[in-house]
Design a protein around this ligand. Structure first.
Ligand code: SAM
Length: 235
């Protein structure tokens, strides 16, 4: 069932956060362009991250009661094997098109509901109720000067997970230990950071991301592939 929450921050005050990007995430783009250009080409050629690692993240860590932040076109959820423990799936996204597209793709397999809101506002999910949360390839699009400005997403994931629950994901980084953007990555990051409402990761660093994860989770596995930070954090 769709749910739209008012723009309220985690402290209950008014929240002016990120803006929708329905031009970029139109049904046409999600259906025809996103998988070949973003997932099959850019992940490997620009961001240096293997899709096998992202599939493995989903296959290994997804639990029965799961929430995906920023599902895009639902590609990785749609590729889960028949043996996946996933049963109840919540999708949280600022763009209605991504919620609808992904629901159409996986809604027959999983008991799926949607939350249309900014991931940096308080999530309408009870504390300690989920087995897993994932957030892949979206933190670099969130408005903010540094990773610390995006910390509320990590705090919300920690809040809604059960003890022992897992938060796993990946994001494109521009700085910090082990972050090695190739020439194409540097070119695309400069271009996308210069466009309104596309990337906002010029100061996102691997050390800051690791610190933020460690502040909210008791165990953090973190690695950098190319210029993409990939993590598995356990509450
Ligand atoms: C680059 S796509 C990643 C899609 C998918 N996770 C994947 O790995 O293929 C980013 C996703 O995050 C969503 N998104 C962007 N900003 C958001 C925000 N502030 N709050 C919630 N969702 C957001 C977009 O609508 C889109 O679904």
């Amino acid at each position: 069932m769709p749910e739209t929450t008012p723009p309220t921050g985690p402290d209950g005050k008014n929240f002016t956060g990120n803006e929708k990007n329905e031009g970029l995430y139109s049904p046409g783009v999600l259906g025809k362009f996103y998988t070949p250009y973003v997932i099959w080409f850019s992940h490997r050629a620009a961001w240096g991250v293997s899709n096998k690692a992202l599939h493995d993240n989903h296959r290994t860590h997804i639990g029965q009661n799961h929430l995906t932040v920023g599902p895009g076109n639902g590609y990785f959820l749609a590729k889960l094997p028949a043996s996946t423990p996933l049963r109840t799936l919540r999708l949280l996204d600022l763009n209605r098109t991504c919620l609808d597209f992904t629901t159409q793709r996986v809604g027959r397999r999983f008991d799926t509901s949607t939350i249309e809101q900014d991931a940096l506002a308080a999530w309408p999910v009870d504390d300690g109720t989920l087995d897993s949360v994932d957030c892949h390839m979206m933190i670099h699009t969130l408005r903010g000067d540094i990773i610390g400005d995006k910390e509320e997403l990590v705090a919300q994931a920690a809040r809604v997970l059960k003890p022992g629950g897992v938060f796993f994901g990946a994001t494109i980084l521009a700085q910090g230990p082990d972050v090695r953007p190739n020439a194409l990555a540097r070119k695309l990051m400069a271009l996308y950071n210069g466009q309104s409402n596309t990337f906002s990761n010029a100061n996102d660093s691997s050390s800051d991301l690791k610190k933020v994860l460690e502040r909210h989770f008791s165990r953090v596995e973190f690695e950098v592939q190319g210029c993409t930070g990939v993590w598995v954090a356990t509450k």
